[in-house]
Design a protein around this ligand. Structure first.
Ligand code: ZN
Length: 249
């Protein structure tokens, strides 16, 4: 009798450990938040460092490419369209970052339309499926949004904050810019907050690696952010995946 009780409680203990193993951070039935990792400009480091690191966890992000750019961007090498295609083929979303990184509020209406329409056209001709855009420097005005609605399903300007999951404003997506001044702990704090409060956090990254600009975020810190996402167990989605979810609901 005693042996049987020990055997049963042993089995219960193993079952309990198994349940903790498969639901490590989900003690309640909450849905949790969403995190989207977005990368601007299509820099080489985003292919060489980011893509490789995120593949380890099977995480997909959103990459915003310049459709017409030759050589270096602000002194940094860009990835090739072939490399970006490899990312798309593995589930990444590719979006437009316009043709040539002009500030959209300083150009004529015709030029705004060209930047939005032509960049999409060129990237689609290259084989990318373009649904979203990130404005250069995050700068926009009402005319830009009005035109964006004709060609894209969502845009990410520079607006600071978290998004609602149920009812996001897809043309005014809020994000948190990840800058050199941030520690990985600060980013981890946003991730935990998004998961706890069940909101959608979009992170905006630029170069991953050492550098002199405020937008350079070190490889080590980036790896720590990815580890934090994994530990927290928050859902990782591209903007397109959130859009598609929205349409189904
Ligand atoms: Zn940019």
């Amino acid at each position: 009798m005693k042996k049987q009780i020990i055997r049963i409680s042993g089995a219960a203990l193993i079952l309990l450990l198994f349940l903790f193993y498969i639901f490590p951070n989900n003690p309640t039935n909450s849905e949790g938040g969403i995190v989207t990792l977005t990368f601007d400009d299509g820099l080489k480091s985003q292919y060489e460092v980011v893509f490789k690191e995120m593949q380890k966890y099977n995480y997909k992000g959103t990459l915003f490419l310049l459709a017409e750019w030759d050589g270096l961007f602000e002194g940094r090498e860009l990835m090739t369209f072939e490399e970006a295609k490899e990312m798309q083929n593995s589930g990444w979303e590719i979006g437009s970052h316009t043709l040539d990184h002009l500030s959209l509020t300083t150009i004529s209406d015709d030029k705004i339309i060209e930047e939005l329409e032509r960049s999409k056209e060129i990237l689609e001709k290259e084989g990318f499926e373009i649904k979203t855009i990130a404005f250069p420097y995050g700068i926009y005005n009402e005319k830009v949004i009005e035109e964006t609605k004709k060609y894209y399903s969502a845009s990410r300007p520079m607006e600071e904050g978290f998004n609602s999951i149920e009812n996001p404003n897809f043309y005014h997506l809020k994000s948190k810019w990840v800058l050199k001044k941030h520690s990985s702990q600060e980013i981890c704090f946003w991730i935990k907050k998004a998961n706890k409060e069940e909101v959608w956090l979009i992170l905006t990254f630029h170069n991953i690696g050492e550098g002199k600009t405020p937008w350079d975020f070190s490889e080590q810190k980036f790896k720590e952010v990815i580890e934090c996402i994994n530990k927290e167990g928050i859902k990782v989605k591209t903007i397109k995946e959130v859009l598609e979810n929205e349409k189904r609901n």
